[in-house]
Design a protein around this ligand. Structure first.
Ligand code: PAF
Length: 222
């Protein structure tokens, strides 16, 4: 497994893979890998000759005051996990090279990015769309794999490849859950016991039978 940090190096590597006719899969991550990420890597592994995983905590998707500095990181552990899933190349760009001083472009989606998470995190999805566009340009994948946990992000990225004419298949993989039902997330380590309980209660609320479905099953009873 090769670890590439410089843009000039990933470009050269991708160009030589393309010259050999290799099909490339990309799994973009912000690291601190858990079993959810590993399921994305395994899915992508089966879909291409070369599997690239990017490992980059993207500053532009965090607003000032959000948890950029506190976001959990463990590069050594991530590299070991990536290797165990058959990753060929881990691309770990440097923020100063990806976003040099005069950087000024932002990709934003008018409708899909505004509601739900976009209401409380108004710049988040533009940061995601911008960095993923840059990763697509640098890694030139035929297929890219993301989690269904971030459903709004997945919808946005599916729209982005249509809008920007990327010839990339976007695959969404099912949510992987902790034993207590909480969706796996790198940020779960930052939850206090009471926050974790609150987060689980959302799943319980969504899984609870609705009054309509209860009424329907009552009427079906003999
Ligand atoms: O889902 C994530 O981990 C991030 O939003 C992504 C897609 C890697 C972009 O930074």
């Amino acid at each position: 497994m090769q670890v590439i940090r410089q843009l000039v190096e990933i470009r050269a590597k991708v160009a030589s893979l393309q010259a050999e006719g290799k099909r490339i899969a990309l799994v973009p991550t912000m690291g601190y890998l858990h079993d959810g990420h590993l399921s994305l890597l395994r899915e992508a592994r089966g879909r291409a000759d070369i599997l690239i995983m990017s490992l980059f905590v993207n500053p532009t998707q965090f607003a000032p005051g959000e948890d950029l500095d506190l976001y959990p990181r463990d590069e050594e552990g991530d590299l070991a996990k990536a290797k165990s899933c058959g990753v060929d190349i881990v691309f770990c760009p440097d923020a100063t090279e990806l976003y040099p001083d005069n950087f000024q472009t932002s990709i934003s989606l008018k409708k899909l990015a505004a509601p739900m998470c976009g209401e409380s995190r108004p710049i988040h999805f533009a940061g995601v769309a911008t960095v993923v566009t840059k990763l697509f340009n640098l890694c030139q994948p035929q297929v890219a794999v993301f989690g269904q946990k971030d459903a709004q992000q997945l919808a946005i990225l599916k729209q982005l490849v249509i809008d920007l004419n990327f010839d990339i298949e976007i695959i969404g993989c099912p949510i992987v859950r902790e034993e207590d039902g909480l969706a796996m997330s790198s940020r779960n380590v930052r939850l206090s016991p009471s926050e974790r309980k609150q987060a689980r209660s959302l799943l319980e609320a969504f899984s609870a039978p609705t009054r309509d479905s209860t009424a329907a099953s009552e009427t079906r009873k003999p």
